[in-house]
Design a protein around this ligand. Sequence first.
Ligand code: SAH
Length: 461
Amino acid sequence: MFLSIATTHRPATDLGYLLHKHPERVHETELGFGKAFVFYPEATDARCEAALVLDIDPVGLVRGRGSSDGLLDQYVNDRPYAASSFLSVALARTLRTAMGGTSKERPELALAAIPLDVAVTPLPARGGERLVRDLFEPLGWTVEVEAIEGIGSQAGHGSRYVSLRLRGEARLSALLNHLYVLIPVLDDGKHYWVGEDEISKLLSHGEGWLETHPAKELIVQRYLKHRRVLANMALARLAPETEDEEAAPERRDAPEEALERPIRLNDARMDAVIDALRASGAKSVADLGCGEGKLLARLMRERWAERLIGVDASARELERAVKRLKLHESGGPPEGRITLLHGALTYRDKRIAGVDAAALVEVIEHLDPDRLPSLARALFREARPGTVVVTTPNAEYNALFPDLAKGAFRHPDHRFEWTRRQFRDWVRSIETAFGYRAELRDIGHVNEELGSPTQMAVFTR
Ligand code: SAH
């Protein structure tokens, strides 16, 4: 499988900054099922071309797997197919930062549309040339498709492979996200997915284009329909985010809870959030990133909270919330009072439109900072609840946790922990951008110099 991306933006070698791969070197990434190589066949100021080549190791792919079924044989035999199926994984692993649309050295360029000339081959195309066009043309690409005869049909599926060329002006990250989603869609029925997190992955990679795509339904159906047990096994170890969760679901919260337990921070936080929500006069509340439902369980005891919605990207956490809240059990809440939704907070979600208030309790620090603007837009511009309560750790206070190493985060999944200043700056930027007013509050014991362990903002409009 070969993917090449060329640009004539000047200086074209800036492509190296956008991809985070230096044009003068060959970059090798071990993927568990083989290797990905990124190198530059051409690197001048006028034109620069980066190539991603996958070398699938069929032995590595099946190593450690006891049993074999028909699918496994296909994996080993149908190498062109296998390679194409793995390209999305390889993209996410080798070009993750570029896919996220950020670049340390060229931040503006990462956000700019640049001329791109792209080749992918061999690409499985179930649905033929027509479908390839229907998928890529609405996204603004000029599409050339050429059939490749003679491979891919040995499995008896009549599968067809094509060479695809895309030309157009686009952000590099947009291109990578289009490929990430649409290659498996074209490889319909042959790709494998890790499972429950796929909905939020699709929404996140599809952000900004999938929603308005005329073939949206087909894309979503094909992307999510085919779940293969073997594939789940083969890929569990390839997706670091899910791997952590799978390996140690019980351990995930432990470190943070252990740190904060002596100061009973969780109770103080819940109390503060509930006080703010109650005072807002809200009758409906969305708990965004509700996790296992601790806040919802407390809110259930509040008479004023007539309608509660919990949203989380992790189906595993939601399952725990179902148990904790005794949903659909006798003695549980009346049908319709609590709704749990599987969703991504960085994507507009009509299901939470119209709620009076929203809470984000210890959630924002779990998102990559470059995803925060999407979250802010989805929440403050699209859903626009009258009140939003946000809590997050105060990094300055960490110095007072005896068991926390200097500079460490309270939880391994935290992407950042903010000082009071950083949080305030973010809060102010939301006020200005979306027309809210915010009040900042301390939660927990207040140290004169370092502040409180948790910081909270209550936004109203
Ligand atoms: N609010 C809960 C859980 C906090 S942990 C509590 O206070 O106990 C953070 C939660 O946010 C996790 O359950 C995680 O699955 C969820 N989360 C992180 N990023 C998300 C995203 N982009 N969309 C939806 N949920 C997300």
